[in-house]
Design a protein around this ligand. Structure first.
Ligand code: NAD
Length: 473
């Protein structure tokens, strides 16, 4: 753990294992509520001086952290593959994405402009300023174990906030690596603190109940996000919630079915399907269905499954046994209710695969709304394809979920694309595009996919209060 500028060891530790091999990688300090409290107090002590540094000073530290992260890109990617399982190429891409946030907010720190507002009174002047919220408590998931940290740390630090971060129990080593970079970049003591733990609930409770914490930022499941939002509401803490998704992917009858199927194969199997923006319901118009399915299945069958550290592997393991069982349950339920398994459909145990949590990349056709997979977030390598006939109904079908994070539309008709973007109740929409994300673009969900946005200018404002001063002159 890293508290008040010191690396701490603990008598109590927990194991970190490689999900591809089951091997022990390391043991990490198992923090408890008392460590969270100490870290919050350290962050509070550091807040006064840190929030009064100039935006240029804060920017310089973030800029240095960006440089260090890029210098260590290969080591960080190798660590991520070992700890989280994603293939090395994907891990490299994630480190780049994580570094992008450091650079973006190093630049954006200097642009927290206020404004003047004309008053109805001739003797009055209004000035609006933005100021750091205060101590921020952050909780991050395992699926993107470096970029989800910098997406919170970089804007919080740029704004002048101090932070206590609790990473997911499956990926504390990536978090430790990020904090070493911040330390090396010259961040003063107490400004960013890390509490690792195998038991998140007591730490979450301290984050919600300690009055020194002014803002809670969380990325993870909708169930935990709701619970934390409820508890944080008792002190009306500011909250940002990046939660689950159930993205629709719509290929209209005028779409290029080959292009759409290639897009679906890339975004659905991203991170072994363990991304909040992965499509969960792939709606394909019946006129283009045969070519779409043929292209999708051919591409998926070619994907090599294995240890992400091995050259040519496209699909790594799932994070743990529970994740694998959830995927298998959804596939069996769909099969029992009439879906056709075009490829995959089972756990992989051949050779060394039996040591990890590997599931065959799967394509299901004839999926319908009676199946679990139609409603539940899958978080695994399964592409469920639903055939549609009536394009007028499809937006309502896509919106028929309590989630609202990402959606994808494939069409060559610009008017249809515009209508879809306006009518889809999702925060991020890709039009003939499978990667509508960037440090420069606001990321976040509607409905039960969350509150607030990360990245972009909005991501910085999440860590700032708006203060109005009215002057009588
Ligand atoms: P999770 O909610 O189980 O865990 C996320 C984090 O919350 C972890 O750090 C975990 O330790 C912590 N946590 C769990 N229970 C807690 C409690 N009682 N109190 C405090 N903290 C607690 O989610 P997960 O399975 O690790 O992550 C996958 C989920 O995250 C998916 O639903 C995915 O869609 C979502 N996600 C969303 C985004 C986004 O930007 N919207 C990005 C990545 C992942």
């Amino acid at each position: 753990m890293f508290i008040d500028g010191q690396w701490l060891r603990c008598d109590k530790t927990f194991n970190v294992t490689n999900p591809a091999t089951g091997e022990l990688i390391d043991q990490v300090a198992d923090g408890d509520a008392s460590h969270a409290t100490r870290a919050i107090e350290a962050a509070q002590s550091a807040f006064d001086s840190w929030s009064r540094t100039t935006a240029h000073q804060r920017s310089a530290i973030l800029y240095r952290a960006w440089q260090l992260m890029l210098e260590q890109k290969e080591e960080l990617a190798a660590l991520m593959t070992c700890e989280q399982g994603k293939p090395l190429k994907a891990a490299n891409n994630e480190v780049q994405y994580a570094a992008d946030f450091l650079l973006w907010f190093a630049e954006e720190a200097k642009r927290t402009y206020g404004e003047t507002i004309p008053s109805a009174r001739s003797d009055q002047r209004f000035i609006v300023q933005h100021q750091a919220v205060g101590v921020v408590a952050a909780i991050t998931p395992w699926n993107y174990p470096i970029s989800m940290l910098t997406r919170k740390l970089a804007p919080a630090l740029a704004a002048g906030c101090t932070v206590v971060l609790k990473p997911a129990e499956a990926t504390p080593l990536c978090a430790i690596a990020v904090f070493k970079i911040l330390q090396e970049a010259g961040l003063p003591k107490g400004v960013a603190n890390l509490v690792t733990t195998s038991e998140p609930a007591p730490i979450g409770k301290v984050f919600c109940e300690n009055p020194l914490v002014r803002k809670l930022t969380f990325t993870g499941s909708t169930a935990v996000g709701k619970m934390l939002s409820r508890d944080a509401a008792m002190q009306l803490k500011r909250v940002s919630m990046e939660l689950g998704g159930h993205a629709p992917f719509i290929a209209f009858e005028d779409a290029d079915p080959v292009h759409a199927a290639k897009g679906a194969s890339l975004v659905k199997f991203l991170n072994t399907g363990q991304a909040c923006i992965c499509p969960n319901r792939i709606f394909v118009h019946k006129n283009i269905l045969p070519v779409f399915l043929e292209t999708l299945t051919a591409r998926i069958e070619k994907m090599r499954v294995g240890n992400g550290a091995t050259d040519g592997v496209a699909i790594g393991p799932l994070v743990d046994e529970a994740a694998l069982q959830k995927v298998d349950k959804q596939v069996n339920d769909a099969r029992d209710k009439g879906a056709t398994v075009l490829c995959g459909g089972q756990r992989l145990v051949q050779g060394e695969l039996d040591r990890g949590y590997f599931y065959a990349p799967t394509v299901l056709s004839n999926v319908d709304s009676s199946m679990l997979i139609y409603k539940q977030e899958t978080f695994g390598p399964v592409a469920p394809v639903i055939t549609f006939d009536d394009s007028d109904d499809i937006i309502a079908m896509a919106n028929d979920t309590h989630y609202g994070l990402a959606a994808y539309v494939y069409t060559k008709d610009i008017s249809r694309a515009f209508r879809a973007v306006e009518q889809l109740q999702f925060g991020i929409i890709g039009v003939n595009d499978i990667n509508p994300t960037s440090a420069a673009a606001p990321f976040g969900g509607m409905k039960e996919s969350g509150l607030g946005r990360e990245g972009a200018r909005e991501g910085l404002m999440e860590y700032m209060e708006t203060k109005l001063a009215g002057f009588s002159v």
